[in-house]
Design a protein around this ligand. Structure first.
Ligand SMILES: [Zn+2]
Length: 101
């Protein structure tokens, strides 16, 4: 077992290459994540078509703008709810703030 974590990293070309490979691997994994999320969203959209709630915001129950549905057919939130969700996700949560304090 080679120990790599916790040791000061010397900047050698080999190690830089290794770091680059590791981040490429991470990126590939996050791409897979994104892909499966999209698949899940698409499946959920099909469910909503079946139960008749397609095109209705899951948060405020307003109609999702048709233009938005054309751009993102699996959108489950109207643009306003999506924007506030994005904002919430981009912001540190209350517990993170408490931990930092
Ligand atoms: Zn909404």
């Amino acid at each position: 077992m080679r120990q790599r974590d916790g040791i000061a990293i010397e900047q050698s070309p080999d190690q830089l290459e290794e770091i680059q490979r590791a981040s490429e691997r991470d990126l590939a994994i996050s791409n897979i994540d994104r892909g499966s999320r999209q698949l899940r969203d698409a499946r959920a959209a099909l469910e909503r078509i079946r139960d008749g709630s397609f095109g209705v915001c899951q948060e405020c129950e307003e109609e999702i703008h048709p233009k938005r549905l054309v751009a993102i057919p699996w959108a489950s939130l109207c643009i306003h709810c999506q924007e506030s969700l994005d904002l919430r996700e981009a912001m540190p949560t209350d517990s993170t703030l408490r931990e930092a304090a």
